[in-house]
Design a protein around this ligand. Structure first.
Ligand SMILES: Nc1ccn([C@@H]2O[C@H](COP(=O)(O)OP(=O)(O)OP(=O)(O)O)[C@@H](O)[C@H]2O)c(=O)n1
Ligand SMILES: C[C@](O)(CO)[C@H](O)COP(=O)(O)O
Length: 257
């Protein structure tokens, strides 16, 4: 039996997988209205960001969480996380973010240690994502998919429009077939090298994408879809806060937490 050392023909064995979660939390939350940066606003008395970090740390796949804080708020975020109970098995680092979500994610990626092989990118603004969704994404990446998104079918019909900047009415250009459309959530999971390459390629042109998987699509690589979850919704507008509080109240009533 050959030992665990380098194979004479194929070289050293690949490193064991190690998954980190990067949580972009540097946004202001303009659509939520005036107040503290969105990730620091509370749900049931606990900052949204703490809910999001706990959601990632609950996954047994995740051993490191990198929080990307508002550019001038890294020290405040570090203190806030230190003041809340987090699973002791998960290391939590904090780095300052940038002026766009894409830039913030890039800064989080740059802070990862060399032994991280897989990365989950998760919005602080999706604080209530269930463990089963995180685990499904992490497992699909460990299974060899270069990129994975959790997604749900749409309830509304979607129209493509001709956007107007002069205040006039928009006109409909077409109606994509709804059965082929999905609303994608986070965490989105990636092979680390793939995600780093996707961000590097996107950066020089300064061209934004609204999610990380979109950058991987530009490399021509496949993005695998796993089932999303209704509770992984993004807190974007004021009514989403009402829904998030209701979900937490239901969890307290049914699960006791
Ligand atoms: N410069 C930015 C902008 C956004 N984000 C993060 O990206 C996630 C998704 O973004 P979004 O929901 O759009 O948050 P905001 O940009 O804060 O919201 P808005 O567009 O309403 O200001 C959030 O967790 C947000 O903190 C970030 O890390 N850095
Ligand atoms: C990444 C994302 O949550 C996937 O749905 C979404 O694209 C973020 O959009 P936002 O406008 O930055 O909130």
């Amino acid at each position: 039996m050959p030992g665990p050392g380098p194979h004479p023909e194929t070289g050293p064995p690949p490193p064991p997988p190690r998954t980190a979660a990067v949580i972009p939390a540097a946004g202001r939350g303009v659509r939520l209205g005036p107040g503290a940066p969105k990730a620091l606003r509370t749900l049931n008395g606990t900052p949204m960001l703490v809910h999001a970090v706990r959601a990632m740390a609950r996954s047994r796949a995740v051993s490191l969480v990198v929080v990307v804080a508002p550019p001038d708020g890294a020290a405040e975020v570090r203190t806030l996380l230190d003041d809340h109970a987090l699973p002791s098995t998960t290391e939590v680092a904090v780095v300052p973010g940038g002026s766009t979500r894409q830039e913030s994610v890039s800064l989080g990626l740059a802070a990862l240690p060399a032994d991280i092989t897989d990365v989950l990118v998760h919005d602080a603004a999706r604080p209530l994502v269930p463990a089963e969704t995180v685990d499904a994404v992490a497992a699909a990446v460990r299974g060899g998919a270069p990129a994975v998104v959790p997604a749900l079918p749409l309830a509304d019909t979607v129209k493509e429009v001709d956007p107007r900047t002069d205040g006039g009415p928009e006109t409909v250009l077409g109606t994509p077939e709804r059965a082929r459309l999905r609303a994608v959530q986070t965490p989105q999971g990636f092979n680390r090298e793939t995600l780093a390459r996707a961000h590097e390629k996107a950066a020089p042109e300064g061209e934004g994408a609204t999610d990380d998987a979109g950058l991987v699509e530009r490399l021509g690589l496949p993005v695998v879809v796993v089932p999303g979850h209704e509770e992984a919704f993004k807190v974007t507008r004021p009514l989403d806060l009402v829904l998030a509080e209701a979900v937490l109240a239901r969890r307290r009533a049914t699960d006791g937490f």
